[in-house]
Design a protein around this ligand. Structure first.
Ligand code: DX5
Ligand code: ZN
Length: 223
């Protein structure tokens, strides 16, 4: 069954509580929070205080996607604020293995993200330490970008490698997913869809959710 995580970056920041309730009503399975530092990517995102507040507002699982330099340095902070999943970019970390072990030991789920230009080889040796592999389907940094078609085979290849190893790692796709391409993303093998613009800035969002839930045989709440 395909899951949907709502990327808060595309929500109306002046009305965030209501946006979270809207996401809950749409039947999403979790919230995705982009943490950006203006260095690793040319943009700024949310911080630990925001996740802390979010956790008091909703019972949905919250993923902290650390699009920052030296991701390792912030693992404690994001465990401490109540994140349910912490996703790191391997090339931004110096002590990746240690950090993934720390995340797992704390009871939080661990994730690794692969940017469009990078190879899956970079994460191969860490797969046994993660719960989620996040395939970036756009370059990290901004919401509302166009999905890079050449990342779809990467999703399929990631599933293949994980299955070959017999691991229970879910594959998520993050960025540029919309009504036009969602079925192809699912067919490529994504277990989880991270979507921002298509959820928060789309009058056809009900149709989109129906398509997703229909494709995996799950019913949409309120329908
Ligand atoms: C990009 C972020 C994504 C982004 C997805 O750096 O990691 O999570 O917010 O948003 P949309 O669905 O608008 O591409
Ligand atoms: Zn993200």
């Amino acid at each position: 069954m395909v899951e949907v995580f709502a990327s808060i970056l595309a929500a109306n920041v002046l009305d965030l509580a209501r946006e979270v309730i809207k996401a809950e009503e749409l039947g999403v399975n979790g919230l995705h929070v982009d943490i950006m530092d203006g260095h690793y990517v040319c943009n700024f995102g949310f911080g630990p205080q925001f996740i802390h507040s979010l956790k008091r507002l909703t019972s949905l699982p919250v993923e902290a996607h650390l699009e920052v330099e030296h991701g390792d340095s912030f693992v404690d902070l994001f465990i401490g604020c109540g994140s349910d999943i912490i996703t790191l970019h391997p090339e931004s970390c110096r002590k990746l293995e240690e950090s993934l072990q720390k995340i797992k030991k704390s009871g939080v789920k661990s994730g690794l993200a692969v940017s469009p230009r990078l190879s899956l080889d970079l994460v191969d040796r860490y797969l046994s330490l993660v719960d989620r592999l996040l395939i970036m389907t756009v370059p990290p940094g901004f919401g509302g970008q166009r999905l890079c078609e050449n990342t779809l085979p990467v999703i399929a290849e990631a599933k293949l490698r994980i299955n070959k190893l017999g691991l229970q790692v879910t594959v998520a796709a993050d960025g540029g997913i919309n009504l036009d391409n969602v079925l192809r993303v699912i067919e490529s093998g994504a277990d989880t869809l991270v979507m921002g613009t298509a959820l928060f800035q789309n009058p056809n969002v009900g149709k989109l959710m129906e398509l997703i839930k229909g494709s995996s045989g799950q019913s949409v709440p309120g329908k």
